[in-house]
Design a protein around this ligand. Structure first.
Ligand code: CP
Length: 318
């Protein structure tokens, strides 16, 4: 069995590792819900967060997960750091490694940042692991994994049983979303049928691998779905403004109870957050306890990141 050292994306995870991470995250989630936690296998390890873009959920859940497992956690305040004096990514990463970082959790704007960090660490002979916490619109692998685990949990399936026979509709700003990229990878690996729905300007030019169909009609995408995920308008990554007011966007593409009436009875709603309430989703739907898995996603995120850290740590000890 090849030990996992870095997490770059979902696609490059070996199948066995992919399923083990999901399964372990579901077990840890059960433990959390009973008020217990796994053994502190990261005792005295140092986990450093390097977040070049803003975050609430991912940053705090890596912190929470690492602390629950016994690690020390540190977050470089980028805005007050030597990055602002022009220090390169490579020098920043090597400085953290020289100070003793065992894990570097990196969120970046530019595609290729994670690979550059891994290259320089390995070239210089450091043993730190790099975990992708979201890279441009390229990928957000821990989010993709936690979304898959959340869906499995909601229908009481194991990773081996997968999502075959279930339809996932991903709606809204897909083309700028790193979450969509990773959630598609993870859900497709579990056998889900995946359909994308949203404005043509915010959909990819062609369906990505694993996606069965794309449509500009959210109602059509949602029809017969068991899971409906909606995504935020990611203005920070748009190169030209969307030619629609927020009100009109909501009217045409927003999720409301009447829109998801076309989904399967009991269909679940997901949103990776942060949500623009009453733009891509109504308050009523986001907060509907019978439908919304939004809080469940957040909680599963802590469990998934604990499972990931445990998995890598086991490899370090072999
Ligand atoms: N889902 C997600 O990545 O949220 P944050 O940007 O708050 O981390």
């Amino acid at each position: 069995m090849t030990a996992l050292r870095h997490l770059t994306d979902v696609a490059s995870l070996p199948e066995e590792t992919f399923r083990r991470l999901l399964s372990r995250s579901l077990t840890i989630r059960e433990m959390m819900d009973r008020g217990s936690f796994p053994a502190p296998v990261l005792d005295r390890r140092a986990l450093v967060n390097l977040f070049f873009e803003d975050s609430t959920r991912t940053l705090m859940s890596f912190e929470m997960a690492a602390k629950r497992l016994g690690a020390h956690t540190l977050t470089l305040p980028i805005a007050n750091s030597s990055v602002k004096k022009g220090e390169s990514l490579e020098d920043t990463v090597l400085t953290m490694c020289a100070q003793g970082a065992d894990y570097l959790v990196i969120r970046a704007r530019d595609q290729g940042t994670i690979a550059r960090a891994i290259d320089v660490i390995e070239q210089e002979g450091f043993l730190a692991s790099v975990l992708n916490a979201g890279e441009g619109s390229f990928g957000h692998p821990t989010q993709g994994l936690l979304d898959a685990a959340t869906m499995l949990r909601a229908i009481d399936r194991t990773p081996d049983q997968g999502l075959t026979g279930y339809k996932l509709a991903i709606c809204g700003d897909v083309s700028h979303s790193r979450v969509a990229a990773s959630t598609i990878e993870a859900s497709a690996r579990l056998g889900a049928e995946i359909v994308l729905g949203g404005p043509v300007a915010l959909l990819p030019d062609a369906p990505p691998p694993g996606v069965q169909a794309m449509t500009s009609s959210v109602a059509e995408a949602v029809s017969g779905a068991d899971f409906v995920m909606t995504l935020r308008l990611q203005k920070e990554r748009m190169t030209k403004a969307l030619d629609l007011s927020l009100e009109e966007y909501h009217r045409q593409y927003g999720l409301r109870h009447e829109v998801i009436a076309a989904a399967n009875p009991g269909a679940f709603i997901l949103h990776p957050g942060p949500a623009n309430r009453n733009v891509e989703i109504t308050d009523a739907l986001a907060d509907d306890p019978a439908r919304s898995l939004i809080r469940s996603q957040v909680r599963q995120g802590v469990a998934l990141r604990m499972a990931l850290l445990e998995e890598i740590e086991r490899g370090k000890s072999r």
